[in-house]
Design a protein around this ligand. Structure first.
Ligand SMILES: NC(=O)c1ccc[n+]([C@@H]2O[C@H](COP(=O)([O-])OP(=O)(O)OC[C@H]3O[C@@H](n4cnc5c(N)ncnc54)[C@H](OP(=O)(O)O)[C@@H]3O)[C@@H](O)[C@H]2O)c1
Length: 249
């Protein structure tokens, strides 16, 4: 399958690297072309993955593609689509841009930068086009995929696309607490990351609800409940809910 990714920044770049790794691992037969605004960006990818085709010319880059993935900033979507429109017949056009619509786009997808490591949580907007199956397969190569109605795309973006940033803030807060209690930042980061990984693995392996897992570490009258109640008094749950809803239109 021939894929062209227009825009090789944080998101496009993560997808390109994830797909390049999947192709190297023999998970799919992908022929990947990418474009960017500057040669400097393209050179970084050719050095890492010499098998990729890199071009500064978007029109040329989409000519032979089966699937074109638009990964430029939302305000550039219309001009990029206008630029390549003549070369899009018979191709599936996918956009990962947040809150940008264009009639030439067939499928809207919302991945996250975990794609680079095969760990994206990607939302694909449900529609009746047959092409959605090919797009689902493509994004499944770089993580989990959920097909949702248009009304849930914004929530998906906030929880998973932006969610990476929110999880980082929680980690940083844990680290700051750890440093105040006497750990070096590197040690505090290792502790926070390993604890988060352990918590996630616990839920994945047991299928437990988070509150049931909390019961496992909470002794009546013990120290865990004191910390949990401090979080409640400070409005932690409410802050997280408000954070997720803040970006919805
Ligand atoms: N970042 C995320 O976590 C995330 C998650 C989900 C969705 N998204 C969506 O992904 C899109 C890109 O975001 P980003 O964070 O990846 O932005 P970014 O890091 O700024 O990357 C934008 C890329 O577009 C390239 N570019 C600019 N103008 C171009 C043109 N005319 N033709 C071809 N390429 C062009 C840039 O090239 P140069 O590198 O040469 O300047 C750069 O590689 C946005 O629409 C965003 O909503 C982002």
């Amino acid at each position: 399958m021939k894929i062209t990714v227009i825009g090789a920044g944080n998101m496009g770049g993560a997808l390109i690297k994830g797909w390049a790794k999947a192709a190297q691992a023999g998970k799919a037969d992908l022929d990947i072309t990418l474009t960017a605004h500057t040669q400097q960006t393209l050179d970084k990818f050719s050095t890492l993955y010499p098998e990729l085709h890199t071009l500064l010319n978007n029109r040329e880059a989409v000519k032979d593609a089966d699937i074109v993935v638009l990964a430029v900033k939302p305000w550039l979507i219309d001009s990029v689509v206008a630029e390549i429109a003549d070369n899009l017949d018979g191709k599936i056009v996918v956009s990962v841009a947040a809150n940008a619509r264009n009639e030439r786009i067939n499928i809207y997808a919302m991945p996250n930068i975990g794609a680079e490591f095969g760990q994206s949580m990607t939302f694909i907007e449900r529609n009746d086009q047959n092409s959605i199956i090919a797009v689902e397969e493509l994004f499944s190569l770089v993580g989990s995929v959920m097909v949702v109605d248009q009304k849930h795309m914004g929530a998906g973006m906030m929880m998973a696309g932006c969610g990476i940033a929110y999880v980082m803030r929680f980690l940083r807060a844990m680290m700051e607490g750890g440093v105040e209690m006497g750990f070096y930042p590197k040690e505090a980061q290792q502790i926070a990351m390993q604890t988060m990984e352990g918590a996630i693995t616990l839920l994945q392996e047991t299928g437990l609800h988070p509150e049931a897992a909390i019961d496992k570490v909470t002794t009546p009258g013990g120290v865990t409940i004191k910390g949990l109640n401090e979080l409640d008094h400070a409005g932690f749950n409410s802050a997280v809910i408000r954070c997720l809803k803040a970006g919805l239109k």
